[in-house]
Design a protein around this ligand. Structure first.
Ligand SMILES: C[S@@+](CC[C@H](N)C(=O)[O-])C[C@H]1O[C@@H](n2cnc3c(N)ncnc32)[C@H](O)[C@@H]1O
Length: 289
């Protein structure tokens, strides 16, 4: 299958130079989405459920925290609100959060003055911390990056030799929400309640019939970092993860970190964490030589 087929399905490879201008255009639209005050609903929903990390509900977050020691410098790429800092306080680390949203960063600064917050892109921002961090972490942000390779490179640049890069994100092997949203992005339960039968049926057909074979082909293809060019958050009201663009899998992230010269030391799939089965999460930690 050639790249034109994948393009007709809406995918481009972040590492393909011929996709660059299209992905730059998508980057601008995503930036506008995250910084538009009209998208307040996004900020209400994006952090929901992450206020408190408990081993039963957040096994990977807790595992990551348990690997940190007092006084370590942690930089959080795509930090969103203050929940990561408030949970990492337990580990007594020195925390810096980086996010695109200037409003969110301003709010974070007033809520948590002990932490440092920087407004900027995870794909090229926060140069001032280069080489000084013990940890560069990113929690549920890489899947929103139009150039995940740039974010991973920035994370590798941020840490000192011996420092670690850690990624937590959804595992989109079975697909991503924009691919099964039907005509309007909403939960199946809401569509059922609103009697949107056609919409509900189309979402199920997309999920069970239309995409599975195509997705297998995308995963098997030579595309190393596949980006979906039509995230539904840009044309419909936001609902859970319709702002994801990178078809993230643990293998793709681990391979890319390795290609940057880091040694992958931890893969979620190989850990036997209680409560972690079926969460559908990628978890990768890699160490800089
Ligand atoms: C789903 S939220 C995750 C927030 C937080 N890490 C968490 O675990 O709740 C994704 C965050 O990534 C940020 N983001 C997405 N793309 C970004 C980029 N290129 N540069 C900086 N931040 C970005 C968004 O502004 C948003 O705060």
């Amino acid at each position: 299958m050639g790249s034109n087929t994948f393009r007709s399905w809406g995918f481009a490879d972040a590492l393909d130079p011929s996709s660059r201008s299209e992905l730059e255009a998508l980057t601008k639209r995503m930036h506008a989405f995250y910084t538009d005050p009209a998208n307040a609903i996004y900020w209400e929903q994006a952090d929901a459920g992450n206020e408190r990390w408990l081993p039963e509900t957040h096994p990977y977050h807790c595992d990551l925290r348990s690997r940190m020691t007092t006084g370590e410098r942690v930089v959080d790429f795509g930090c969103g609100g203050t929940h990561a800092f408030s949970n990492l306080k337990l580990a007594e680390v020195l925390y810096t959060g980086l996010d695109w949203s200037t409003d969110q960063v301003a709010q974070n600064r007033s809520r948590e003055p002990e932490a440092t917050y920087i407004a900027g892109s995870v794909m090229d921002g926060a140069r001032e911390i280069d080489g000084s961090a013990d940890w560069a972490i990113s929690l549920f942000a890489i899947e929103h990056c139009t150039f995940p390779d740039r974010m991973l490179r920035r994370m590798a640049e941020a840490v000192r030799p011996g420092g670690r890069v850690a990624i937590l994100c959804p595992d989109f092997e079975p697909g991503m929400p924009s691919l099964r949203a039907g005509f309007t992005a909403a939960t199946r339960r809401d569509k059922f309640r609103r009697l949107q039968w056609l919409d509900l049926a189309w979402g199920i057909v997309q999920d069970k019939v239309f995409w599975p074979r195509r997705l297998r082909a995308v995963h098997r293809s030579s595309m190393r970092l596949p980006i979906y060019l039509h995230p539904r958050c840009l044309d419909a009201p936001y609902y859970s993860d319709t702002d994801a663009v990178f078809l993230a899998t643990e293998a793709k992230i681990a391979d890319h970190l390795q290609s940057l010269g880091l040694e992958v030391t931890t893969r979620g799939r190989r850990l036997d964490l209680p409560h972690a089965a079926n969460l559908g999460i990628c978890y990768v930690i890699a160490e800089k030589a």
